[in-house]
Design a binder for this molecule. Structure first.
Ligand SMILES: Cc1ncc(C[n+]2csc(CCOP(=O)(O)OP(=O)(O)O)c2C)c(N)n1
Length: 671
């Protein structure tokens, strides 16, 4: 690579791009860890993007109509931090850059949403960012259809590396974007042929341009160090009706001794080699020092969007007050006002009519009344619409000729769906929910985890939640998935027992601002257990006394979902034998754990025998059986201790001993 030619042909560009490279080298060296090579290789692309194309205003990082920039190759975090610092984001001070990867700094190892402004999503797990980007672009389409071009008209740009493109989720994302002709999505591929173990060709020889073209993308191939080619490619990409992949041939760790090698991927900290690279760049200032003219040039770029932003604010102000309120509310993620009243009316009707139905069907009924009220909801399913019961009549289907459609046929792409839903939530203005079978939380899990980490209220509708699904057998019968979901911090896992609890779960999910929800719903019909209407959302306390002991309280049965009615049957049997028995319904363990000690003690007092009942593994239950004043010689569990089997559901509950009779026997054995 002839650095001199690059320098002399485009001196202004060169100094700006070099500022990124130099800050990256210095920050990684100071931290003695991180990834130098990717930012050094993609500095030219990023510089041209920010200077010539990206619509943003560093002084208003949350401006809703900004273009979104997503660093899918999150290990190259110093690329993003350098850009944010150089363009003048107030929180990204030089101190923060100097404290890269240190405790308390907003410059975490990988970009973390919520730490610094300008970080649109948390990336690092490769492939997530590009899949998020598809959701961002879909959100833009939906909101443009709803609020019109005057308010919503922006692009989504993402930088993806070889690693992102090798991850399976990228295939789900790419084919989805192609199918929907997301013309305002532009992905730069950092085509440097290097990963950690060596050249990409060690493990992959995919023709990436052909791959993207076959998925319906436009592809432009350029030299990723030539600013004119980069500029022309972005200009062309912006006019495409299809999403565009710009294949940028780059050199990892450009200008360093480790250039074009896998060594260049990681932390380049050798002092002499750093000095040599900086000398080759013609960069003469000390560590973390950006010449003032270069910094000013970058700050001017950071301010370029101010006019567009204030014009946009003018357009918003011209809208009717109602329109402005609606736009501002959904963009701020504020829950719709009428959710509570709608859920209460729904619960009242259920408690009066006492339907027997599966909680997945109850969920559909709740959505049918909630979706018209929650105008920002966007539903969908990974090819299980009829099974997940996620579609309601009013939504319309999102498509090329119906961008305002609020239902997405995600196809068989659980992971891509979950990641794109996260992108929608992060974009703002949309409250996404999507369904698949509970056992396929495994397929969606990396994105579910990131929703929790990012504190965004994505809702995962997971039906067919136990052996109760019956004949499809153990491949489809989740046993460990509740435990896995519950093990994830900042996640509400709901397993409602009837239609009332299902509606209560939806109320919590649709009003959540910083916690994702998992709704674990049955395939099989269940009786209505909440026969007395209560205005209050009892599920919001996580667990509550559904039926108390009439005799002296000797047993507490704690159950969730489809096993709560078994616990009630067992209670009837025990009480008939003079054994006072309380039934606690526990639709959400996390919310119960959040309650104060006094309430928890009221629900789970010391003394009685405790039996947990759930058609799943015991893991996670001992907190309520042994903890919370429980005792090991007075606690047992009725559930699964292995995989299920293929048979009618009723037979399976007998076969695995999840029956009222077994609950009674276990309780009596401990008395
Ligand atoms: C899902 C996931 N698997 C593995 C890693 C660890 N990892 C970080 S970067 C990287 C190599 C990525 O190669 P590439 O995208 O080409 O980046 P470059 O070498 O160009 O910086 C790997 C395996 C990760 N961050 N995420």
């Amino acid at each position: 690579m002839d650095l001199n030619a690059l320098r002399t042909n485009h001196p202004d560009h060169w100094s700006k791009a070099t500022a990124i490279r130099a800050l990256t080298l210095d920050a990684v060296a100071a931290a003695n860890s991180g990834h130098s090579g990717m930012p050094m290789g993609m500095a030219d692309v990023a510089t041209v993007l920010f200077e010539k194309h990206l619509k943003f205003d560093a002084s208003a990082p949350h401006w809703p109509d900004r273009d979104r920039f997503i660093l899918s190759a999150g290990h190259g975090s110093m690329l993003l931090y350098s850009l944010l610092h150089l363009t003048g984001y107030a929180d990204m001070t030089l101190e923060q850059v100097k404290n890269f990867r240190q405790s308390g700094a907003i410059t975490a190892g990988h970009p973390e949403f919520g730490h610094a402004t300008g970080i649109e999503t948390t990336t690092g797990p490769l492939g997530q960012g590009i899949a998020n980007a598809v959701g961002f672009a879909m959100a833009e389409e939906i909101l443009r259809a709803k609020f019109r071009r005057k308010l919503v008209d922006h692009y989504t740009y993402a930088i993806a590396g070889d690693g992102c493109l090798m991850e399976g989720v990228s295939q789900e994302a790419i084919t989805l974007a192609g199918r929907h002709q997301l013309g305002k999505l532009i992905v730069f591929w950092d085509n440097n042929n290097i990963t950690i173990d060596g050249p990409v060709t060690l493990a992959d020889t995919t023709d990436q341009p052909l791959r993207f073209k076959s998925a319906g993308w436009a592809v432009i191939e350029i030299d990723g160090h030539n600013p004119e080619e980069i500029d022309a490619a972005i200009t062309k990409a912006k006019s495409q009706k299809k999403p565009t992949m710009i294949a940028c041939k780059t050199h990892i760790a450009l200008g360093h001794a480790a250039q074009d090698t896998s060594k260049g991927h990681g932390a380049l900290t050798d002092k002499d080699q750093m000095a040599a690279a900086k000398a080759a760049y013609g960069w003469t200032t000390g560590p973390f020092e950006v010449p003032s003219d270069v910094k000013s040039a970058w700050e001017a770029i950071g301010a370029q969007g101010q006019t567009a932003r204030s014009e946009w604010e003018g357009r918003l102000a011209e809208m009717s007050e109602n329109r402005q309120r609606q736009f501002n509310r959904v963009m701020a993620g504020e829950p719709a006002k009428r959710i509570g009243a709608t859920v209460r009316a729904f619960k009242k009707e259920v408690s009066e009519t006492l339907p027997k139905m599966a909680t997945r069907a109850a969920s559909e009924k709740a959505l049918a009344v909630l979706n018209p009220v929650v105008s920002e909801s966007v539903g969908g399913s990974a090819d299980l619409t009829g099974s997940n019961n996620t579609k309601t009549d009013d939504l319309g289907v999102f498509d090329i000729d119906n961008r305002g459609g609020r239902y997405v046929y995600w196809g068989i792409r659980e992971h891509g769906m979950a990641a794109a839903m996260n992108g929608m939530a992060l974009h703002g203005g949309i409250r996404p929910y999507g369904g698949t079978f509970m056992c396929f939380t495994d397929y969606a899990r990396p994105a579910m985890r990131l929703a929790a980490l990012m504190k965004i209220p994505t809702t995962f509708v997971m039906t067919h939640d136990s052996i109760g699904l019956g004949e499809d057998g153990p491949t489809h019968q989740p046993v460990e998935h509740l435990a896995i979901s519950r093990a994830t911090p900042n996640t509400h896992v709901f397993r409602p027992a009837d239609a009332v609890e299902t509606a209560e779960a939806w109320e919590i999910a649709f009003t959540s601002t910083s916690t994702p929800s998992v709704l674990s719903l049955t395939r099989q019909g269940l009786p209505t257990l909440r026969t007395e209407h209560k205005m209050r959302n009892l599920s919001a306390q996580g667990a509550y006394v559904l039926a108390d002991a009439t005799e002296k309280r000797q047993v507490i049965l704690i159950a969730t979902g489809s096993e709560v009615h078994l616990a009630l049957e067992a209670r009837t049997m025990l009480e008939a034998d003079g054994i006072g028995t309380r039934v606690v319904s526990m639709p959400c363990m996390e919310l119960f754990a959040d309650q104060d000690e006094a309430y928890r003690r009221k629900v789970l007092p010391a003394g009685p025998v405790r039996i947990g009942v759930e058609a799943a593994v015991r893991q996670g239950w001992d907190q309520w059986l042994l903890g919370e004043r429980g005792k090991s010689n007075k606690a047992d569990f009725v559930g699964m201790d292995g995989f299920g089997a293929s048979a009618p559901a009723g037979e399976l509950f007998e076969q695995f001993g999840i029956t009222a009779a077994n609950i009674v026997a276990k309780a009596k054995a401990l008395l």
